[in-house]
Design a binder for this molecule. Structure first.
Ligand SMILES: CC(C)(COP(=O)(O)OP(=O)(O)OC[C@H]1O[C@@H](n2cnc3c(N)ncnc32)[C@H](O)[C@@H]1OP(=O)(O)O)[C@@H](O)C(=O)NCCC(=O)NCCS
Length: 128
């Protein structure tokens, strides 16, 4: 196991920082960004090696992003992501952490490949 890659995540703690991306946002994304005052993080991808799944590594990766979001200035108020509408295992993983389904985006990936938008509200960030 030494030196092996157990998993990885690509995420943006301050998703709206790059304004050149704004025209690329879908309508549900725009609504989320507005709802959380542009203080929102995004998970682009996350994966754990199949031999290391269900050992808590995915949760550790998400928790590291939550910590980064709460230390960001200004703090992120929420984290969101897209998940393929047939990836039920990933949806169970996100729901266990506290993410909730926000909206359905038809043909998000390709024709006949749809996405759900999931969002995690960072309650403690809202207390500041
Ligand atoms: C989704 C993924 C990152 C989860 O990583 P992980 O390290 O296995 O997840 P964890 O061990 O932290 O799981 C935490 C909880 O999530 C839920 N969960 C995770 N994988 C699950 C699965 N396959 N089926 C049902 N529930 C699952 C469980 O409640 C689990 O707790 P438990 O093991 O005590 O029951 C991993 O399955 C993966 O890499 N999948 C393939 C890539 C992918 O689909 N990425 C998401 C793209 S949007």
């Amino acid at each position: 196991m030494d030196g092996d890659l157990l998993g990885f995540m690509i995420a943006l703690p301050n998703y709206t920082e790059d304004e050149s991306r704004v025209p690329l946002y879908s309508e549900p994304e725009k609504a989320l960004i507005k709802r959380f005052n542009s203080r929102i993080a995004y998970i682009s991808t996350i994966a754990v090696h199949p031999s290391s799944m269900r050992k808590g590594f995915g949760t550790i990766l998400i928790n590291s992003l939550i910590d980064a979001c709460l230390n960001w200035n200004p703090k992120a108020e929420a984290i969101f992501l897209h998940v393929k509408s047939d990836n039920t295992q990933a949806m169970k993983f996100y729901e266990k952490i506290g993410f909730v389904q926000d909206s359905f985006i038809k043909d998000y990936y390709n024709e006949d490949s749809h996405a759900y938008l999931y969002v995690l509200v960072l309650v403690s960030a809202r207390q500041s």
